[in-house]
Each structure stands twice: as structure tokens, then as C-alpha cells.
Design a protein around this ligand. Structure first.
Ligand code: 13P
Ligand code: SF4
Length: 318
């Protein structure tokens, strides 16, 4: 266990190494607060992939999970991309294996494939357009109404988009262990205790949670909403790491993490995101290990579907 003194030493060593090596640290909103605080850029999946595509740094240290670092490598193949803990995976990406997805695609020809960024490079290589929670709805809405679509791997996000657009996209049956597991009962109990609180939720949550929510949006959208909305208290149904930025941007408001079904936990953490520590970040930058590599052919195919997403996002001003 590192104490405060060791943490501040690690922080200053990381800062020095960053300058020496022309490295940049990207951190997802679900990272531990001390990791968010040392990052050059903090963002959601879309924002971080946009930064990864444009950075002039020689080394990208991705404080996030494997598919995010892999996406950065695909977008910036000439850079060294490092992931502080190679075990930082994703239950949603794991729920969609390349062989199974290839069969699903073959069974449903004439469908355009839209895949969430939370997938492996192999799935992205079988995809026409990648999306994130920030742009999924806009991307689907930009397509002709009669366009047949396969959407994967998050069934909750897919169901949400189907319900909002009236489409009948074919959905892959995957889910994220964090967003799929919020307790409606416990959220409603919190609402009773805080009747003026607004419930805000990520669209990866189950329908029953979305129905009782006052606002639904990607991680970045939820943060933006709490900055501009007039409520004083929020029950936040997404990974609890985002509360750090909410508290920093408006400390006078109260943010209550929505609880999971497990009655012994008050909030819902991503076990993969939380694997990243200052010590691991320092070691991987020092030794330049835990490098991400992507097969050349997969990289070229996956790049097309990610670039398509970035181009569309630019037209939506995202
Ligand atoms: P966003 O970053 O698009 O909000 O997605 C949430 C998520 O689960 C990332 O792993
Ligand atoms: Fe994957 Fe869910 Fe963790 Fe995001 S929060 S990295 S979707 S397991």
C-alpha cells in the first residue's frame, strides 16, 4: 500500500519521465482520482480516441483498459502505446468473441455492422462503423431508415437506441459488469431519502434504470449535465470514477453513486479500470514495457471503422 508521501514522490518521478521521454498520459474518467489528477488528458472513450489520433507525443501511456490502448495504437501505429496493467480488460469486450461474432455476421448478411469501441481489434476489423456512447445515437440516426444494422456488443445500449429511434437493429447479447448491475430497488430507496435528487444514467444501464432516470448520457454527457443543470443532488448510475470530476467541477453539489445489487457495496467500480495504480504507471513509463501491438492486417481493417467514427463525429461537432 503506498502512502501519501510515496504517492507524491511517484507523481514527481512520473512528471520528470514524461518530459524526458516526450510521453503523454491519457486517463479515462473511470480511473482512480490520483491517476486522473496526473493525466495530461482526461476524457470518455470518444474524447480519448480523438486525442490519441492527434497527439505529437512519442509515447502514449493509456490509463484505461486494453481496448482503449489498442484503439490508440491503431490510430497512432508509429507511437509506442503502453498500458500500465495488461490485465486491465473489459467484461463487455470479453462478451464478444471474434469467432462467434463472425458467425453472427455471416448468418445476417446485408447488414451494416456498428460496434461499440469496447471491443477487440478483431471485432473492429469486422465492423463498418465504430461508435461510443457519445455518438452512437447520432451515428445510427445518420443512416437511412431502412438500413439493416447489426449492433454490438452492448445489448442495453442497443435496446436504448432501438427504443429512441424506433429501429430494429439486431443486437449482440453482451453487457458490462458495472452498468448491467445497478439495483433499481436501492436507487429508488436513495431517491426516497433525497427526493430532490436527479437520477442520471449511462445508456449501458438496464432499461429499468433508464426508465426512472431524469437524464441519460455518455460519461462526458453526464458530467456536462451536472455542470449546467440546476439540481443540487444527483444519483449517478455509472462507474463511480466520474464522481471525482463532478466534485472538482462543482464541489457545492452532492453526487451519490448509484448502488449495485450486491448489498455490501455502496458504489459500482470497474474492476479492470481500477487495476491502474501510480506505481504501475511509473514502472511502465520507466521501463517502457506493457507495450500494445496489433497485427498489421487487423490494424488496417480496424482503422477504417474507427476513422469512419471520427469523421462522423467531426460532422456532428463532437
Ligand atoms: P464512455 O467512455 O463512452 O462513456 O463509455 C463508458 C465505458 O464503459 C467505458 O469503458
Ligand atoms: Fe468495460 Fe464496463 Fe469496465 Fe467500461 S466499465 S471498461 S465497459 S467493464
Amino acid at each position: 500500500m503506498t502512502n501519501k508521501f510515496e504517492n507524491s514522490k511517484l507523481v514527481s518521478e512520473i512528471q520528470k519521465l514524461k518530459l524526458q521521454k516526450n510521453a503523454v498520459i491519457l486517463a479515462h474518467f473511470y480511473q482512480n482520482p490520483e491517476i486522473q489528477d496526473i493525466a495530461d488528458y482526461i476524457g470518455d472513450s470518444l474524447q480519448l480516441s480523438q486525442i490519441a489520433a492527434e497527439t505529437k507525443a512519442d509515447i502514449i501511456v493509456f490509463a484505461g483498459v486494453h481496448f482503449m490502448a489498442e484503439t490508440a495504437k491503431i490510430l497512432s501505429p508509429d507511437k509506442k502505446v503502453l498500458l500500465p496493467d495488461l490485465e486491465a480488460g473489459c467484461s463487455l469486450a470479453d462478451s464478444c468473441k471474434a469467432d462467434d461474432f463472425a458467425k453472427f455476421k455471416a448468418k445476417n448478411p446485408n447488414h451494416l455492422v456498428i460496434s461499440y469501441v469496447n471491443t477487440t481489434a478483431e471485432i473492429k476489423a469486422m465492423t463498418d462503423i465504430v461508435c461510443t456512447s457519445s455518438n452512437a445515437l447520432k451515428i445510427v440516426n445518420s443512416l437511412p431508415k431502412d438500413q439493416k444494422i447489426i449492433f454490438g456488443p452492448d445489448r442495453n445500449l442497443g435496446n436504448y437506441i432501438n427504443s429512441v429511434t424506433g429501429r430494429e437493429m439486431l443486437l449482440w447479447d453482451g453487457a458490462c459488469h458495472v452498468h448491467d448491475d445497478f439495483s433499481l430497488e436501492r436507487i429508488l430507496e436513495l431517491k426516497k431519502q433525497h427526493p430532490n435528487a436527479k437520477i442520471i444514467a449511462h445508456p449501458e444501464c438496464q432499461k429499468q434504470i433508464l426508465i426512472v432516470s431524469d437524464y441519460i448520457g455518455s460519461t462526458a454527457d453526464l458530467l456536462k449535465f451536472t455542470k449546467t443543470d440546476s439540481a443540487k443532488t444527483y444519483i449517478v448510475a455509472t462507474e463511480s470514477g466520474i464522481l471525482h470530476q463532478m466534485q472538482k467541477s462543482n464541489p457545492t453539489k452532492t453526487y451519490i453513486p448509484a448502488p449495485p445489487n450486491d448489498a455490501t457495496c455502496a458504489c459500482n467500480d470497474c474492476k479492470y479500470m481500477k487495476l491502474v495504480t501510480l506505481e504501475k504507471l511509473y514502472n511502465c513509463l520507466l521501463n517502457e514495457n506493457n507495450e500494445i501491438f496489433v497485427d498489421e492486417i487487423i490494424q488496417q481493417k480496424a482503422r477504417k471503422s474507427i476513422v469512419k467514427m471520427l469523421e462522423l463525429s467531426a460532422t456532428f461537432n463532437l
